[in-house]
Design a binder for this molecule. Structure first.
Ligand code: ATP
Ligand code: MG
Length: 218
């Protein structure tokens, strides 16, 4: 089974990095954030390193360096323009890693990487299936259904949804029903964002079985 996947979100700040850390830990994967906008605090690669409590050596080995790092915490197309850089798709080609790989996108599907290139175009080029991270609560139905529609429109395989935040009584079932996509699991708010809490969340989330099922493992 090829456990390589794209972690995309329905929006910025929905928990892509935290969920990517969870999947990186659970799958024993490499992590890659190809386009980082906003370097205050070091960016998502450093945050995953801290969330997983990795040593400097482990960070070098498992968290691949970004293809592009832009200072401004704005959309990639503008962050690149502000630095006079043209983002080239060849530099975004997937790194050749032997095993599992988690790729975190910059923002949501229709975020422009350039004025003539959307995040979703790049996802199509990568050819890996998508895990869509969505808020668990109010606002998620519209954002999530729009994102699923965009993926389906381009025939991009969707492994399923991961709902981040306080468990909600109705949304998982409604999302499943209206999107036709499986809800792979949920991640509740963690009071301590650290490796031990993520490891426990991985055990209790049922994500391993759900992901293996979605990826077509025996
Ligand atoms: N399950 C959770 N428990 C506790 N805090 C969380 C959880 N999920 C996300 N957060 C916090 O919410 C904020 C946003 O999460 P995160 O950085 O993972 O979002 P993102 O989608 O990766 O954002 P960006 O678009 O900037 O990459 C962070 O401060 C993160 O620590
Ligand atoms: Mg992030």
């Amino acid at each position: 089974m090829r456990q390589q996947l794209i972690v995309c979100g329905t929006d910025t700040d929905v928990g892509k990095t935290v969920v990517s850390a969870l999947l990186t830990l659970g799958l024993g994967a490499h992590y890659w954030k190809p386009v980082q906008c906003g370097l205050e605090g070091g960016g998502d690669r450093d945050r995953v390193g801290r969330l997983l409590g990795l040593s400097a050596e482990q960070i070098q080995q498992r968290l691949l360096p970004e293809a592009y790092r832009f200072s401004a915490p704005v959309s990639p197309h503008w962050a690149a323009e502000l630095e006079g850089v043209r983002l080239e798709q060849e530099r975004l080609d997937l790194p050749a890693v032997p095993g599992p790989l988690v790729v975190e996108t910059a923002g949501g599907l229709l975020v422009p990487l350039r004025r003539d290139l959307m995040q979703i175009d790049q996802i199509q080029r990568w050819g890996l299936p998508v895990v869509l991270v969505a808020r668990s609560g109010l606002g998620t139905l519209n954002h999530t259904l729009l994102s699923v529609e965009a993926l389906r429109h381009r025939h991009i395989p969707l492994l399923g949804l991961i709902l981040n935040g306080p468990p909600h009584a109705d949304n998982p079932g409604t999302l499943r029903e209206l999107s036709g996509a499986p809800v792979l699991g949920g991640l509740p708010p963690l009071p301590q964002l650290e490796a031990a809490a993520l490891a426990e969340a991985w055990q209790t989330s049922g994500l391993h079985a759900a992901l293996c099922g979605a990826l077509g493992a025996p």
